[in-house]
Design a protein around this ligand. Sequence first.
Ligand code: NAD
Length: 373
Amino acid sequence: MAFANDLLCWGQAECTDIDHKRNKIKCKAAGVVRGDTADFEVEYDQLVITVGAKPATFGIPGVAEHGFFLKEVQDARAIRNRIVDCLETASIPGQSPETKKRLLHFVIVGGGPTGVEFSAELHDFLRSDVAKKSFPDMDKECVRISLYEAMPQVLNMFEKQLVQYTEDKFKREGINVHTNTAVIEVGDTCLKTKRKEANEIEEVPYGMLVWVAGIRVQDVAEQFKKALGQQGRSIEINEYCRVKDTQNVWAIGDCTFGALPPTAQVASQQGKYLGRLFNNFAGSSPQALDMHSHCLSQEPFQFKNRGAFAYIGGSQAILQTGSSENPVVLGGHEAYFAYKAAYFSKLLGLRNRLMVGTDWFKTQVFGRDPSRV
Ligand code: NAD
């Protein structure tokens, strides 16, 4: 196994296939500049799969073509450019009132934590930075944010009182929350919604649609799962984070979501656990160099739930911690400061902390930057 001294790292190589019978993975150059490299294979002793997940569109027509996603850095850049595009185009003289209203309608599909946090951030951005500083003449009544959720409430994993707190705040701020309403089709300027237990379909014009309605595993993980005959939505692992029915393949993070939620908290604890497991193995005597018996001598992985936060806008957040039988909940500015402190403490390295801290400071003092990127 290539432990610490023998680390090879290819930043622009994409793994396209896992052949666990031959202990090899197939890769290809994935950068914009490909050079002369064709597909190549890498042999492994132990393989750890941490490929994450990607947005799920559930086959809903038009989502992939017209929706914006919130997964990669380039997704965030595309969203920012689209917001600015909508705002600038709406302010060009000669636009009809209908077009202006459409361009300034921002739609978010999916009322999980991602959808709620994005709605809150977008509201902050439009009300504090755009309306006051960059587009002071904009007709504020035209700017709308709508959040669509197919289930009866947003933030399903949070306690009822925190959900109510969030929905009340959104209502006061003018963020339109449509629960029990599924988006069933997306066109380039108009989407279709269907309310639960009602037959009518509504057409809603929009300027930008952000799709945060759930995730699915990456293609390479899907392929691997199928090769192993696994039927679930993600890669199945055992209590040691080892992929079921394999001897030397491990998987952690979002590509294994199911029993545990696909959160950074889970992935980070799994990563530390696996690091310890491998380090103990590397230090064991040559007689014990069998990963299977090594695992049996180790503690299985146990997730420790440290609680969940969600940002709800205007420097407020919600926090839920404690056990599911005895939850501790908090909402408002105190929860926001706890959220920021927790986030900051999890940043890796002084450089990251300095850069993120400086960004927060710049945003507080000068507001968010509304230029294109
Ligand atoms: P999610 O799966 O939690 O929520 C997606 C929501 O979209 C669901 O409530 C679903 O009912 C809804 N939906 C699906 N199809 C729809 C449709 N056609 N029309 C309308 N609504 C539809 O997804 P997420 O918010 O991206 O979160 C993914 C994971 O990441 C979760 O485990 C979450 O806990 C975690 N996460 C946590 C935080 C946090 O703790 N602050 C922030 C972001 C993500």
